[in-house]
Design a binder for this molecule. Structure first.
Ligand code: GDP
Ligand code: IMO
Ligand code: MG
Length: 424
């Protein structure tokens, strides 16, 4: 019956993996519903580090059913690599299912991601180059290859020929790139299909039936609100809907089954890739946050841009996702800074002050953050397990943050390990 959604409220990498892992420990079913291996979710258990990209984080619990819904774009080669990596570490993948409707990331999607980014020159998006955008383009163009096709060799061979010919033309004649040998692609992907066949099942039906049977379900968000194709900082976004509402479409269940929506944020802000970032710190404070917080991409290893907590963007997330509560991670990273700042609003070039995130980059341009300052803390909070144990300055920071975004904080992260969490 209880169905939780856990989603990102900033630009990704908020520590969703950790929160999802904690909630997975109490769930019977964990479902991924959008995105692909552009995601990188870290779970740390007693020093053991797991980095998951496509496989739901619930896989670390042997009895949990892990589902990959229709809204995901699946790179079979990477998926098999992840399967083997987990199996090699003694993690069973027997309880994993993939919806036959999910689209497959083909090698030309990856090539086209790189070629189109290069073509944009200095105006590139800074994608993860995993072929995510081109795979979703084909889905909406209605020429994509789906998991069902992948596991049916005759269908796959036919689709690779018809789609592949057009892709090769675009790659060679528009971008001057190299054509794919379609027979070789067919042989390679047919093998992937054989490996995936036992995992294919109707995730919409499985989720619906689990709910009816009174099981606890958790929907694992990937990416984040400000990367949403409509409600993010377009065009510097991903190509899916990482919002709470996206979960229903990407799984194939109605919104009435959802009982609780948790948004994950960092106690500050980071962004990897290009695009606006009003509270970005290009100074030694930003550098300190990056080094102390280990802010380097889980998927691409790129240094993450860092900045102060922006209540304007999280307020936007509270609204567009209908959040019930927030998990604030990495409060420990802010130790030893004399002053902490929270952006409460933006000042427009004409002097007006706005509290809602502007819908377009044109309107955002010229906006400057309005800050409120807080005294910092020097205590090591990584061992705190109750809210009362936190230093007064931390409590004040969290209390004001709750007020500013209009949402209660139900969890506070004080370190990367699954045990380093305060639940209220
Ligand atoms: P996700 O994409 O939202 O799952 O986040 P990532 O795994 O990409 O990045 C979050 C990083 O922060 C990972 O290295 C986590 O291990 C780490 N992390 C998560 N929560 C905390 C926390 O409360 N404190 C600290 N210091 N690290 C954390
Ligand atoms: P998790 O789930 C952070 C960003 C990329 C780029 C933009 C578009 O780990 O939070 P794409 O490859 O999706 O076309 O890239 O989106 N991006 C992420 N940033 N965390 C992620 O996932 C991301 N997934 C995509 O850096 O700016
Ligand atoms: Mg990540």
């Amino acid at each position: 019956m209880p169905a939780n959604i856990v989603i990102g409220t900033q630009w990704g990498d908020e520590g969703k993996g950790k929160i999802i892992d904690i909630i997975s420990s109490r769930a019977d079913v964990v479902v991924r519903s959008q995105g692909g291996n552009n995601a990188g979710h870290t779970v740390v258990n007693n020093g053991e580090v797991y980095k998951l990209h496509l496989i739901p984080s619930g896989i670390l619990y042997k009895d949990t059913l892990c589902l990959i819904g229709a809204g995901v774009v699946l790179d079979p080669k990477d998926f098999i690599g992840e399967l083997d990596g987990l199996e090699g570490r003694g993690i069973s993948t027997a309880n994993l299912k993939i919806d036959p409707r999910a689209h497959v990331v083909m090698p030309w999607h990856i090539a086209l991601d790189g070629l189109s980014e290069a073509f944009r020159g200095g105006k590139d998006i800074g994608t993860t180059k995993r072929g995510i955008g081109p795979a979703y383009m084909d889905k909406y163009e209605r020429c994509g290859i789906r998991v069902y096709d992948l596991v049916h060799p005759e269908v796959l061979a036919e689709k690779i020929q018809s789609t592949g010919k057009l892709k090769n033309k675009i790659i060679t004649e528009v971008y001057g790139g190299e054509a794919f040998d379609l027979d070789a692609v067919t042989a390679e992907y047919t093998e992937y299909g054989k490996r995936l066949l036992p995992f294919v099942d109707d995730v919409s039906v499985l989720t619906f039936e689990a709910d009816k049977a009174g099981k606890t379900i958790m929907f694992e968000g990937a990416q984040a609100t400000l990367l949403d194709i409509d409600f993010g900082t377009y065009p510097y976004v991903t190509s899916s809907h990482p919002l709470s509402a996206g979960v229903c479409i990407g799984t194939g269940v109605g919104p009435k089954i959802i009982t609780n929506i948790i948004g994950v944020a960092k106690a500050y802000t980071t962004r990897v890739g290009k695009g606006p970032f009003p509270t970005e710190l290009d100074d030694e404070i930003g550098e300190q946050i990056r080094n102390v917080g280990g802010e380097f991409g889980t998927t691409t290893g790129r240094p993450r841009r860092t900045g102060w907590f922006d209540a304007v963007i999280v307020r936007h997330s509270v609204r567009v996702n209908g959040l019930d509560s927030l998990a604030i991670n990495k409060l420990d990273t802010l130790a030893n800074l004399d002053t902490l700042k929270i952006c409460t609003a933006y000042k427009m070039p004409d002097g007006r002050v706005i509290e809602n995130f502007p819908p377009t980059l044109e309107e955002l341009e010229g906006c400057t953050p309005v800050y409120e300052e807080f005294p910092g803390f020097t205590e090591d909070i990584s061992g705190c397990r109750s809210f009362d144990e936190l230093p007064e300055n931390c409590k004040k920071y969290i209390a004001r943050l709750e007020e500013l975004v209009g949402c209660p904080v139900s969890m506070v992260g004080v370190g990367p390990d699954r045990s380093q969490i305060i639940e209220r």
